[in-house]
Design a protein around this ligand. Structure first.
Ligand SMILES: [Zn+2]
Length: 139
């Protein structure tokens, strides 16, 4: 990113708990925290498994494939940095591995995104540290 380009939208704060997620994203991989005791994916990131209460986990890259579970189109500007983006979709993606993740489906008109669409993750490198996972229609 050159000096005169700045990213005006809110960014996640990197910390010890989410750093592996964003490191994988920089490498073009979607990674999830998996419980080391019961083996279930843990998302959102949590220091304790919601299923078995274990605090042990490991990060694993997942397929990045999923299905649109829900999708809406934002027309209202809730944050000035998004003024140039409306209308845009906000979609809840059911990952093949189980968890659901809020994101955007890109590469298609926002109103064309349909529940049940098969999607695959793509990464949007918005800063040198942060590549945001978004989704596009698969196949
Ligand atoms: Zn567990």
């Amino acid at each position: 990113m050159s000096e005169n380009q700045t990213y005006e939208k809110p960014l996640p704060t990197l910390d010890e708990s989410n750093q592996p997620f964003w490191a994988a994203a920089r490498e073009g991989k979607l990674a999830l925290q998996y419980c080391a005791a019961c083996g279930k994916p843990r998302y959102p990131i949590n220091h304790v498994c919601p299923h078995c209460l274990s605090d042990q986990f490991a990060w694993k890259a997942v397929s990045g494939c999923g299905t649109v579970y829900s999708s809406i189109v934002f027309h209202q500007v809730y944050h000035q940095a998004f003024a140039g983006d409306v209308p845009y979709n906000v979609s809840l993606i059911q990952l093949d591995e189980g968890p659901r993740m809020f994101s955007n489906v890109v590469g298609v008109a926002p109103s064309q995104v349909k529940v049940g669409d098969k999607v695959r993750v793509v990464f949007d490198p918005v800063t040198p540290e942060i590549s945001i996972p978004r989704f596009q229609r698969a196949g």
